[in-house]
Design a binder for this molecule. Structure first.
Ligand code: PHE
Length: 352
């Protein structure tokens, strides 16, 4: 009679030979091997089940043989698994040389206009100015009429304005020519005090050249409250210039005209490039113009539903390109919108 333990011993000898001889680089074949020997319904599980029927005396010797057999199967599986996993990786990346250094990725740069806009906003934030935005497609009322532009004012002319559609509810629809339209929207929506900046893109129908573009960016400011005077306007803008271009930068105001401010002025600063000695930037005058400003015309306040007897205010507006030009000496306006990476890269900054 053949004892169970003898039968098991024979089987183990046979399977051991099979395992020792087994070799593959195929993940599929290896998986079949695993299922056959180590699976939940595999050979080893079967043998262990039969082992339960072996007599206690034989269990000790056979137990050891059985454990060794199991370890052999597991070790084989692990060794081959490593090899097949590696060869699969190599097959997937056959044209990749893993010994080459990695490709670093570059951190992008902020656009110089974005840098300057942020700097302007930060300075006025310290004076309590918030930021307001409005639509780039505007109606005649918000871009012109409410701002006291007479019907026949040349600024409404087709040459300056990109008109989109004739005769909307509030007049012809156009691309806004300045962000003063946002001031109107703000004043219409509430009551003073107002203290806000309006940054944004504006459009004018101009031939594109180094010194003119069909769109550019502005930051306008508005301050309306009781007893706001021209002295407040001067002090606010003087502070702004000291913060932006450094202490000692001089300012001067020249009388000017805007339909929506009275009195109106243009503000010059001492040339930041030559410090007033005279250079190309300031056309040898020592001064460069940076913004327009004035006291909000009472008509504009009334147009927006604000009592002009009780309230007064000032407004100012500047082109961000102009300010960036003076900061970075960018001579050609077109560079701002061409997205030439060689240009943009120069303004890499640690501020993200
Ligand atoms: N809106 C004017 C422009 O586009 C600038 C400005 C704003 C002037 C506010 C005075 C007051 O030129």
């Amino acid at each position: 009679m053949l004892y169970i333990w003898q039968m098991l011993q024979d089987q183990i000898t046979q399977y051991t030979a099979e395992i020792n001889a087994f070799d593959t680089t195929s993940a599929d074949e290896l998986e079949q091997f695993r299922i056959r020997f180590l699976g939940t319904k595999g050979i080893i599980k079967d043998i262990f089940d039969e082992f339960k029927a072996v007599s206690p005396e034989e269990k000790r010797t056979l137990g050891k043989v059985l454990n060794e057999f199991k370890q052999l199967a597991e070790a084989k599986y692990q060794a081959l698994n490593e090899i097949t996993a590696n060869s699969q990786l190599k097959a997937e990346n056959s044209d990749v040389d893993l010994t080459l250094p990695g490709e670093g990725f570059e951190i992008g740069a902020r656009h110089p206009l974005a840098l300057v806009r942020r700097e302007i906003i930060e300075i006025f934030n310290k004076l309590g100015f918030s930021v307001a935005e409005g639509p780039e497609i505007e109606d005649d009322w918000h871009n012109f009429s409410a701002l006291n532009f007479p019907e026949e004012h040349p600024a409404r002319d087709m040459q300056d304005t990109f008109f989109i559609k004739k005769g909307g509810e509030k007049g012809d629809i156009a691309l806004r020519t300045h962000t003063s339209s946002v001031q109107v929207r703000m004043m219409e929506a509430g009551q003073p005090p107002f203290r806000a900046l309006m940054p944004g893109r504006v459009y004018r129908n101009e031939a594109i050249s180094a010194r003119a573009h069909c769109f550019f960016h502005q930051v306008e400011g508005l301050y309306v409250d009781e007893n706001v005077s021209f002295a407040d306007l001067k002090q606010t803008l003087f502070y702004f210039v000291q913060e932006l271009y450094g202490e000692g930068t001089k300012v001067r105001f020249r009388p000017s005209y805007f339909p929506f401010t009275e009195p109106s002025a243009e503000m010059d600063i001492s040339c930041t490039i030559c410090k007033g000695d005279g250079c190309q930037m300031c056309k040898h005058s020592g001064w460069v113009e940076i913004l327009g400003c004035g006291m909000v015309d009472p008509n504009v306040l009334e147009n927006c539903g604000i009592d002009s007897k009780k309230y007064s205010g000032f407004a100012f507006g500047m082109g961000i390109e102009r300010i960036a030009n003076l900061k970075f000496e960018i001579k050609d306006l077109r560079l701002f919108s061409e997205n030439d990476v060689r240009f943009l890269k120069q303004y890499k900054t640690a501020i993200i």
